[in-house]
Ligand binder design. Structure first.
Ligand SMILES: [Zn+2]
Length: 180
């Protein structure tokens, strides 16, 4: 079972690497790892288990966050329409996205970041993601709102990007748009 001891924190170079594609069909080892990541996220949202094992509640975790530089992540999150997205995904890819952007009110947090970093993190409002589930099924997911933001946060981890990188980018963009 994964605990916070397995979660690497900012400063670890693995969080800055471009993760490698997972060979499909996934090996037993990769599937077991992804299942353990999904279990971790589910457990972290259970108040009793979270307290017992000192888990920080999270809605997603990407393989680089446990020191494995492979393109896979797990999410367990309920959208605004009360639909639960609970899955592990291999080699996820954004195949299209809205022009419109959004952000999470109150900013984003990350299991690999032990400090509060305020600021809006710009994200696409809607994305279409292709990938292969833990069960080996090829899927195309059309996502919006919170779930779309969570997927983009986890996808960033596979490309060595931390959420706060985008806060800076946002500030720079605003600066450019303002009259000098
Ligand atoms: Zn994160």
């Amino acid at each position: 079972m994964l605990t916070m001891k397995d979660v690497v924190r900012e400063g670890d170079p693995v969080l800055r690497k471009i993760a490698e594609e997972v060979q499909l069909p996934a090996s037993d080892e990769d599937r077991q790892t992804l299942q353990a990541m999904l279990d971790f996220v589910i457990n972290s949202q259970d108040p009793e288990l979270a307290e017992k094992f000192e888990l920080r509640p999270g809605v997603g975790i990407a393989a680089p966050q446990i020191g494995i530089s492979k393109r896979m992540f797990a999410v367990h999150v309920t959208d605004e329409q009360d639909q639960l997205y609970s899955l592990g995904i291999f080699n996820p890819k954004i195949v299209s996205h809205s022009v419109e952007e959004t952000h999470l009110e109150g900013g984003e947090g990350c299991l690999s970041v032990d400090r509060d970093i305020p600021g809006n993190v710009p994200r696409y409002s809607r994305i279409t993601v292709k990938g292969t589930t833990l069960e080996g099924e090829e899927v195309t997911l059309r996502l919006r709102g919170l779930v779309s933001i969570v997927f983009q946060h986890e996808l960033d981890h596979l490309n060595g990007i931390m959420f706060y990188d985008r806060i800076e980018a946002f500030k720079d963009k605003l600066k450019k748009e303002l009259p000098q």
